[in-house]
Design a protein around this ligand. Structure first.
Ligand SMILES: Cc1cc2nc3c(=O)[nH]c(=O)nc-3n(C[C@H](O)[C@H](O)[C@H](O)COP(=O)(O)OP(=O)(O)OC[C@H]3O[C@@H](n4cnc5c(N)ncnc54)[C@H](O)[C@@H]3O)c2cc1C
Length: 455
């Protein structure tokens, strides 16, 4: 039996809190829980790793789906797994990796749920080769607003299937899903690292060589200016084959047991300690510490994909104002726009610790899926930065004029008009959503802020 408690919720960036009734529920309880919905509707929340207000529903009901990956059903022959949507990638990886499989897409943290991965249609370092999470969903079951559960796939109600992928929880609750997996021979990554001197060199190196690697991402120093603008550390890798492992690792090639070093940062800085000077110093150190070139280094899955997970609630480093994430994509051919964005950020005095550039490959059929072919930049900034809103809205204009768009899972600042320009298939998605949820049961702070449901 579920209990409801009133809680203040935020996203991972710890900005824009709102108060909702929150309940942990089993999938079987959903039909009766939905009868409790009031006028502010219902939203399902995963592990709250979206940065802004996507997993909040102020004044309404927020449900967290109970369930773990221990019930997952692995079909080794088909190379698929059926798993509850409330399970996390962390739990799933602990089951899959020792059995020689890897998830098709992982973001920069393994603490996301399967439901959250589908709802944001997340992408990883392999988007240029394998696309986003939704590309690998074979089927899913969706709890609908009328209490029924629909089985969806590319063949069964494909419109609702694709509207749910990237649909930010606003078409229903994904209860479970079957995912296509990647077979692996080891739990190690073979990684090439290159220090790159400027942005143009980075574009050229990535455009030339990314296709030879399954995974690729560049960390950029957004504080560097002039001839050093866009200096970066490019890291590209592949799952190591058994014959690439040294004897000490080859004994247990699929051993996997990632650990968190600390759950909460030991110090929470006073506001202002994370400022332009301290962040610039960190970036300088990070760039200098990287090797000019290192080929074939063996790394663990967690150090290659999930380094931030080693410190638990790391946004606490940003103190009370929290942090704002900003991620956008611009099409190939718009490298000049990417350069202008980097110049503006670097000149603004706003500081970013963690900025990463990736190349996206083809998008998929989901009308609200974020990735499209082009360059994507993700960065974070202290929430209290003076003039931050003005800076980001100005960047939005550059991005939209170049034919690009922003990512819902990171967003905390955009406005309805920005989304309408960036997502030309919004009306198509809205029509499917109206059919699936005519009374508007599914609601979120993000949905209301961006008027996603109605036009
Ligand atoms: C350190 C870090 C690194 C990240 N790196 C990346 C990255 O590389 N690539 C990337 O794409 N994203 C990245 N993200 C963002 C993250 O992958 C997404 O925000 C993801 O959706 C979070 O999953 P969650 O389970 O925490 O969902 P939440 O944040 O709790 O919810 C996100 C959305 O999913 C919906 N949702 C959750 N469960 C369900 C369900 N069962 N059915 C239907 N809808 C549901 C919610 O309603 C909400 O709209 C990163 C986040 C962090 C903190």
């Amino acid at each position: 039996m579920f209990t409801v408690s009133r809680s203040s919720l935020t996203g991972w960036g710890r900005t824009n809190p709102s108060v909702a009734d929150v309940a942990d529920v089993l999938a079987g309880e959903l039909p009766s829980v939905l009868k409790e919905a009031g006028p502010r509707g219902v939203l399902v929340r995963g592990l709250g790793r979206s940065y802004g207000d996507a997993a909040q529903n102020g004044g309404g009901l927020v449900l967290r789906l109970l369930g773990s990956a221990t019930d997952a059903v692995l079909d080794r022959d088909a190379g698929t797994v059926r798993v509850g949507a409330g399970a996390s990638l962390d739990e799933l990886l602990r089951i899959l990796v020792p059995r020689g499989f890897f998830v098709p897409v992982t973001p920069g943290t393994r603490f996301v749920t399967i439901g959250g991965a589908i709802a944001s249609d997340i992408h990883g370092k392999n988007h240029h080769v394998e696309g986003s999470f939704g590309n690998h969903v074979v089927r899913l079951s969706l709890q609908r607003a009328d209490g029924s559960v629909a089985e969806l796939s590319r063949h069964d109600d494909p419109e609702l299937f694709w509207a749910t992928i990237g649909g930010m929880g606003l078409t229903g609750i994904v209860v479970d899903a079957t995912l296509r997996l990647l077979p692996i021979q080891s739990s190690r990554m073979a990684v090439d690292t290159h220090r790159i001197t400027d942005l143009e060199a980075l574009f050229a190196t990535m455009a030339e060589g990314d296709e030879h690697h399954r995974y690729s991402v560049a960390w950029i120093d957004l504080n560097a200016k002039g001839r050093q603008l866009g200096r970066s550390v490019l890291s590209r890798g592949d799952h190591a084959r058994a014959d690439q492992l040294p004897a000490s690792v080859a004994v247990h090639p699929l051993a996997y047991g990632p650990k968190q070093l600390v759950a909460v940062p030991p110090i929470v800085p006073r506001p202002g300690v994370l400022n332009h000077a301290s962040i610039a110093a960190f970036n300088e150190f990070w760039f200098r510490k990287a090797p000019r070139q290192r080929l074939g280094e063996l790394q663990t899955i967690s150090s290659f994909f999930h380094p931030l997970d080693m410190v638990g609630s790391w946004p606490r480093f940003y103190g009370r104002p929290g942090l704002v994430q900003y991620q956008f994509v611009v099409p190939f051919g718009q490298e000049g726009t990417m350069r202008r964005v980097v110049e503006r950020i670097s000149a603004s005095g706003a500081a970013s610790f963690l900025a990463v550039l990736k190349r996206f490959g083809a998008g998929n059929d989901a009308p609200l899926s974020f990735p499209q072919p082009g360059w994507t930049l993700a960065l974070d900034m202290p929430g209290g930065t003076t003039g931050l809103g003005e800076l980001l809205h100005g960047l939005d204009t550059l991005v939209l004029d170049a034919g690009g768009r922003n990512y819902f899972a990171k967003d905390a600042h955009t406005v309805p008009e920005t989304i309408r320009r960036g997502y030309p298939r919004l009306a198509e998605w809205q029509a499917v959503r109206r059919r699936a949820d005519p009374l508007g049961m599914w609601q979120s702070d993000l949905g209301r802020r961006l008027r996603l449901a109605d036009d």
